[in-house]
Design a protein around this ligand. Structure first.
Ligand SMILES: C[S@@+](CC[C@H](N)C(=O)[O-])C[C@H]1O[C@@H](n2cnc3c(N)ncnc32)[C@H](O)[C@@H]1O
Length: 233
């Protein structure tokens, strides 16, 4: 039985001192990602692209679908989604206007003629109707949110998914103790940019939000661990 409530709690249970920091970060996160938008593709290439491929293979995305990527970053996964869904509609949101604008610009240039819409939107409150999407993909966002916001955002992703639609999440893995020590250290220097690892708690939180877990994979790229979790609404 889950220990998480689908309703936000007053204090985080992921570690309360660290959690207090994360409750006030979104504005800083937006400013930092705005600054790094043009160089961010390097980080995706080195650390994230293998996990993106695994998430895409498990997310059940097929041509003709309505697909949403929550937090496009600089748009690498967004372009993979567009290539898998050339006759459908693919939307992307990111809290950073520069990230959203870059994703839209590069997608339109490299993959012309597809229906691609990116906006600067906070994932905690998205401007889409209930059940508007067949699939939702979200990579490396939850690490940047406070626990209450993780719960709100999972509930928001569930709201915009149609019944039986799939959510594919990519998280920073916690399977390597040495990496965890290092990440805790660098994360404490730049929490608004790097966040903190939350992976081990997320499947439980997804179940508390009434997602049905379907796939759970670990991926490692350039020593960087990721976990891909796919669930059905
Ligand atoms: C670690 S990057 C991951 C980018 C991309 N998803 C990837 O896989 O490479 C985190 C992204 O989340 C965005 N972000 C952070 N908080 C957000 C929020 N509350 N709503 C929407 N996007 C957010 C940041 O602007 C940044 O682009």
């Amino acid at each position: 039985m889950s220990t998480f409530s689908a309703r936000p709690t007053a204090r985080g249970s992921l570690g309360s001192k660290v959690e207090d920091t994360f409750r006030f970060l979104p504005g800083n996160t937006r400013r930092i990602y705005d600054l790094v938008a043009e160089i961010y593709p390097l980080s995706t290439m080195l650390f994230h692209s293998d996990a993106h491929k695994v998430a895409l293979s498990l997310a059940g995305v097929a041509d003709g679908m309505r697909v949403l990527e929550v937090t496009t970053g600089s748009g690498e996964m967004f372009r993979r989604l567009l290539r898998s869904n050339p006759n459908g509609m693919t939307c992307g949101v990111d809290i950073s206007p520069n990230m959203a604008a870059r994703t839209q610009r590069v997608a339109r240039r490299r993959i012309p003629g597809v229906e691609a819409h990116c906006q600067a939107v906070d994932a905690r409150r998205m401007p889409f109707g209930d059940g508007a999407f067949d699939a939702v993909v979200c990579c490396y966002l939850l690490e940047l949110l406070g626990e209450e916001d993780i719960v709100h955002t999972l509930a928001e992703m569930r709201r915009v998914l149609r019944p039986n639609g799939r959510l594919a999440l990519v998280l920073i893995g916690q399977q390597d103790p040495a990496f965890n020590v290092w990440y805790r250290f660098i994360g404490s220097i730049a929490p608004a940019f790097l966040g903190r690892q939350v992976e081990t708690r997320i499947p439980e939180m997804m179940e508390a939000c009434e997602f049905e877990l379907e796939h759970d994979r670990q991926v490692r790229q350039t020593l960087y661990p990721s976990r891909v979790v796919v669930a059905k609404r």
